[in-house]
Design a protein around this ligand. Structure first.
Ligand code: ZN
Length: 307
């Protein structure tokens, strides 16, 4: 268990084969632990969310606009319910699951197969938002009880990007041991090269235990060097820090309280001397006292007068 929440996770980018292959790798141990702690999650749901947040960060890293974000919704008919993650090109990510305390016996505790927890029927939806205009959204049916297989299938079938994606979260009795992921994609100029596709496939198959390599103490750089070092590898020197960070603020919570209207806000003042709201995405608890609520009421009255 890593104590230092929110620091230490890193993302690196590389290219190989004259830019024909793009590679991104990320460690997400700390941010997965933080999500687990915030939402009071079981080992099972931490694995599910950790992998989805890892994939969201890898997808968002490939966007070009600084304010771009990618969100992933996995909605199966299993007991997990919805798994949601939302990541930015800036390296921030947040997420939640419908049923954080769910525990189900897994045949192998470190298997990536979520089995009946995810369910067999359902959808995965990916939304890419560049920060302006209508976000691009695509969805496909679930094809597997493994998270990365579903997301790979989405990338290949919906976005038509030949991709290989590995994500993993290893847990022990103390919580999250290691977490991370790797995304390899064939760039448009190289997509007619079938040898390259086969090569990529065989290399990724040789690396099915990505998180085990992290656990052995290998760095992202070493893993990518082992994987693509003989293929004209170019690793971008800057490593990007990534972290769990929500976009909620006290002002947004106050804005949401406006919707209750004056009568209900007065009731909250009289009965509870305030109101409490929990952010769905990060479980942060916000407390508005009676003065905050009275300010909202004043504001509501003023806007009613001026309209
Ligand atoms: Zn939040």
């Amino acid at each position: 268990m890593v104590e230092n929440f929110g620091t230490g996770d890193r993302l690196i980018r590389a290219t190989a084969v004259d830019g024909g292959i793009k590679a991104v790798a990320v460690t997400t141990t700390n941010l997965t632990a933080e999500a687990g702690r915030r939402h009071k999650m079981s080992a099972l749901t931490t694995k599910a969310l950790g992998q989805t947040m890892t994939a969201a960060l890898l997808l968002a890293s490939g966007m070009k606009q600084p304010q771009a974000r990618v969100s992933i919704r996995l909605n199966g008919d299993g007991k997990l319910g919805l798994i949601f993650a939302d990541a930015g090109f800036d390296g921030t990510v947040r997420g939640y699951v419908d049923n954080p305390s769910l525990e189900l016996p897994l045949s192998n505790p470190n298997s990536l197969d979520l089995g009946s927890a995810l369910g067999t029927n359902g959808f995965i939806q990916v939304i890419r938002d560049v920060g302006y205009g209508t976000p691009y959204s695509g969805n496909v049916e679930l094809v597997s009880s493994e998270i990365s297989e579903n997301i790979t299938y989405y990338l290949v079938s919906s976005e038509q990007i030949p991709s290989a994606l590995l994500t993993g979260v290893l847990t022990d009795d103390n919580g999250v041991d290691v977490a991370g992921g790797l995304l390899l994609q064939i760039m448009p100029q190289a997509r007619r090269d079938y040898n390259l596709l086969e090569l990529l496939d065989s290399r990724v198959k040789s690396l099915s235990e990505f998180t085990a390599l992290l656990k052995q103490g290998m760095t992202l750089r070493q893993i990518i060097e082992n994987l693509l070092g003989d293929l004209g590898l170019n690793i971008i020197p800057e490593e990007q820090p990534v972290k769990f960070k929500c976009r909620c603020t006290f002002d947004r919570v106050l804005g949401a309280l406006r919707m209750f209207g004056e009568a209900e806000l007065r009731e909250m003042i009289n009965e509870d001397q305030g109101a409490e709201a929990t952010c769905q995405f990060c479980s942060e608890i916000y407390r508005a006292d009676r003065f905050d609520l009275e300010k909202i009421i004043l504001n509501l009255q003023e806007s009613a007068k001026s309209s």
